[in-house]
Design a protein around this ligand. Structure first.
Ligand code: TRP
Length: 355
């Protein structure tokens, strides 16, 4: 009997284009995993609604990410690629699972507090504000939407409805995964069933990489405005790299490398390989480093990675027929398993049809 492949599931929110952080943190591994696992990759358009409900942009964003998945090498004949909202079973199970989720545990989720602070117009870095009181007191114009609060329920359903065991995500999603495991255990034990396996984070091959931004500190992130997008054209990309923050240069031999320069070397390690990085480390150590050269090399090597992706992206993105075919095929597969799970959930909960 052939052994069944383990189920992998991951999704990316449809809020814009993908950057190098997404590529090295997620997409590249998505491609590697599709050979050995039952891979399911989706575009989380419902999750995007919790923060950016823009009807004009939403569909464009879904299309962008879909085309980027494909351009980066995710193969629809190997992996299941689908759009979250194409699987309506997810929405129904989200309602059902919410009956077993505590408001308190959702209120305490770090990502919720961050985003709620933003929606209330509070200082996102000021954790001293009593956020729960602010939320209860907020008027309906300046509200924190309930969808944001229940974001972890929806994410748990994405995972549990496919019975996925392996969920490749960044460190920032660890708390959501922990909640997913807790909800799975809770459901299983409350109804005395064995429906849901507990999913775990999964970094294929190497440890998870943190991709730094170009602004000297912190990781690459869309809201930080420090990104290189996979679909940046050559001119834009070179300009961004040439403008990246560095320092005044090593003042004496053997100086420790400053954070901004270390960040560029981290990017270089991903795109150019260890020998090239060593060369610049040595040059930093003996004070012969020239940041102009480093940046030129970095831009060149990033372009080697992104250019083929960008070219495929431009072809794919306008191919309506192909995109439709991919997501239709993906939705069919995703719904098959989702509808089976939903039936089991309804039955466990006592929702039984008369006819
Ligand atoms: N919350 C994830 C993020 O922001 C996206 C996501 C939604 C997801 N549902 C998921 C990731 C299910 C993995 C599995 O990155």
């Amino acid at each position: 009997m052939p052994t069944e492949k383990e189920i992998v599931l991951s999704g990316i929110r449809a809020t814009g284009n993908l950057h190098l952080g997404n590529y090295y943190g997620a997409l590249r591994n998505f491609v590697k995993m599709q050979e050995d696992y039952d891979c399911n990759y989706f575009i989380a358009d419902l999750h995007a609604l919790t923060t950016t409900p823009d009807p004009k942009m939403l569909h464009e964003n879904v299309r962008n990410i879909l085309a980027e998945y494909l351009a980066a090498g995710v193969d629809p004949d190997k992996a299941t690629i689908f759009v979250q909202s194409d699987v309506p079973e997810v929405s129904e199970m989200y309602l059902l699972l919410n009956m077993h989720v505590g408001i308190g545990e959702l209120l305490r989720t770090a990502s919720f507090k961050d985003k709620a602070r933003k929606q209330l117009g509070l200082n996102p870095n000021d954790e001293s504000e009593d956020i729960e009181r602010q939320i209860v007191g907020s008027d309906s114009n300046k509200r924190v939407n309930a969808g944001l609060l229940t974001y972890p329920t929806l994410m748990a359903v994405d995972i549990l409805i496919q019975k996925a065991r392996k969920v490749p995500v960044g460190k920032d999603q660890e708390q959501h995964l922990e909640l997913t495991r807790r909800f799975a255990r809770r459901f299983n034990s409350f109804y005395n069933v064995d429906l849901f396996p507990e999913p775990e984070n999964f970094n294929f091959g190497s440890a998870s990489v943190k991709v730094p931004g170009l602004d000297g500190s912190g990781k690459m992130g869309k809201s930080e405005g420090n990104c290189i997008y996979l679909v940046d054209d050559e001119k834009v990309l070179r300009k961004k790299v040439m403008r990246a923050v560095t320092d005044q240069g090593p003042q004496e031999p053997g100086s420790p490398i400053s954070e901004p320069v270390e960040n560029l070397l981290t990017l270089m390690a991903l795109t150019s390989g260890p020998e090239v990085v060593q060369q610049y480390r040595d040059a930093y150590a003996d004070c012969s480093i020239r940041y102009g050269d480093l940046k030129k090399q970095l831009a060149e090597d990033i372009l080697k990675v992104t250019t083929p992706i960008r070219e495929r992206y431009l072809d794919i993105r306008s191919d309506d027929e192909y995109l439709a075919k991919v997501v239709r095929q993906g939705a069919e597969k995703a719904r098959e398993r989702a509808s089976r799970t939903l039936e089991e959930v309804r039955k466990a909960m006592g929702i039984i049809k008369f006819y």
